[in-house]
Design a binder for this molecule. Sequence first.
Ligand code: PEP
Ligand code: MN
Length: 264
Amino acid sequence: KLASREFQKKNTTVTVGKACFGGSRIPIIAGPCAIESYNQLYQTGVSVKAAGAAMLRGGAYKPRSSPYTFQGLEMEGLEIIKTVGRELGLPIVSEVTDPRKVGLIAEYVDMLQVGTRNMQNFVLLQEVALTKKPVLLKRGLAATIEEWLMAAEYIMAGGNNQVVLCERGIRTYETYTRNTLDLTAIPVVKHLSHLPVIADPSHGTGNWRWVSPMAKASVAAGADGLEIEVHPCPEEALSDGPQSLTPGNFSQLMSELKPLATAL
Ligand code: PEP
Ligand code: MN
């Protein structure tokens, strides 16, 4: 299998602009859950860049659990993130949810995110493979490691080897946290596969309080990067406010990660 260590011994590196996953650095992707306005994203982008983030994230198509909540700015959101990314010189990532729109969205972003709810949307995976753009493949919320790697296999078999895996928490019997961040998956996947693996402690915990400790734990476990939700005013966020860091808390986390990242 293309994603397996047997097939390829050497670690794969995935480069997105100046960010490189799987190499000696640990790029941090930061930004709001959803793109809400130009000002919101620009303000977030300036602060996360100043704190040392390597990439800017923001959802334009939001796969929300309820159809009655904010669904994202869609194409307008993509225009905003493309503009802000260019203005700040940060590569950008945004989620694709509809196989029919993948080709179009690939013209706006530097990396395509496949969300947890679509990890086994095989038609979507095949479309993403055709773009040849770097892909951030999030683990399905009830997917085994084997199923997750098989989803990566769909993208690679389709001709796109630029896959970064993202552990974002799985559903367990524990309800105190939104999900259970499976830290063990990080060394396990790195043993089974040559692909880079990053962690998303924001969705992994659902509460900003646990984001920083779990971010550091992920790096200690060998994560090749992190994806972290940051909002200039979390209590006013249209999506995932409770798990979003303020720019100040993000900057604090970045300074705490620095010695850890260089020590490993
Ligand atoms: C997100 O990154 O905003 C997101 C929706 O993530 P997930 O698919 O992991 O829930
Ligand atoms: Mn989110």
